[in-house]
Ligand binder design. Sequence first.
Ligand code: ZN
Length: 436
Amino acid sequence: MFFQQDVETMSRKDLEDLQLRKLKYMVEYCYNRVPFYHDRLGKAGITSGDKIKTLSDIQYIPYTTKDDIRDQYPFGLLAVPMKEIVRIHASSGTTGKPTVGCYTKEDLDMWSDVVARLAIAAGARPEDIFQIAFGYGLFTGALGLHYGLEKVGCTIVPASSGNTAKQLMMFRDFGVTGLVATPSYALYLGECLREEGYPREAYSLRLGLLGSEGCTPEMRSRIEESLGLVATDNYGMTELIGPGVSGECHLRCGMHFAEDHFLPEIINRETGERAEEGESGELVVTTLDRWGMPVLRYRTKDITKITYEPCACGRTHARMAKPMGRTDDMLIIKGVNVFPSQIESALVGMEGIGPHYQLVVRRRNFMDQLEVKVELVSSELLESYGALEILRGRVHDKLKSVLGLETKVTLVEPKSLERFQGKARRVLDLRNQPEE
Ligand code: ZN
């Protein structure tokens, strides 16, 4: 089943014609309406849409970075008068000002279309009852999924995040079939569900649309097992629109890009040159018809790769691999690149330890040190020093083989690490702090 079958199954040739037409228009639109782009494009000699003759001419357009967006805070990138804006979202900036997204009526309509597309591709149906356990508010996740799923015709339970016992009660009482949550919260909900002790039949959950943070395949199977559902991933960000930029179909072999609205490229993040097809690198995205706040060649900092092979589901839109991690999340420890997702993959599924972990990076005598705190499944093990040491050794050796790096492994009591109801914060980098 499709939401917009004509577009979703378009031939590559027709899709590229459509993208080129939209790109030319968008370049001219930005040049004429956004002073920031007028200046940038002017300097690059791109003073009209006609300067773009083929899709690959996009390479002459300068990149837009997160810093550019911050510098234009809050409304410097608006392409329409404020009165045409009907909604403002913002992503929580961990440092400084948040990133603002402004939407016209048409933008909201396009946004809910692309979310509806990914929901249906994942298996959502009008008869589904979806509980949205993302925090509502400025964050794009909750309202993005909310309106997209409404467009599918699903019943929405706007639970927001938190109050876990009530979340589980609504699962049971309302016959909830679909869950929208961050992977970390879904994991926590699964843990609590098991503890509440109701039989499996008390729940009707079957589909999870997880997002807003990465999820390794190992973590995902843990979530699926504990909640009794099939989980799919989707991708997006406030700078581009919110969730809906790409999403997995039920075959789960990459996230279909909404290519008629978002034009993806992969570049080498060091040189800024375009990568060959199938090569991994940083994802760069141009919005092809976001009218309130368009972005040209936005550097997402996500490392991924793209395939243009048609999918067995019938969709022709390109598929991107799960991002290996944001370049922002990447830790450089003793010169070795470490993504938290690699550690998570190594840990989840190991016997005796739970899926929750925390990474603490310190600098001692000018040397980086990575401590990996892992929860034990049962506190019984704490009573046997020998058994504890064997397990610690196993975790240490596995991490060493995966990361090629010495780590300090600390096994901690069950449930002693923080649980997250939104995005997980699992990395504590203390390197810029005075030594303890
Ligand atoms: Zn597919």
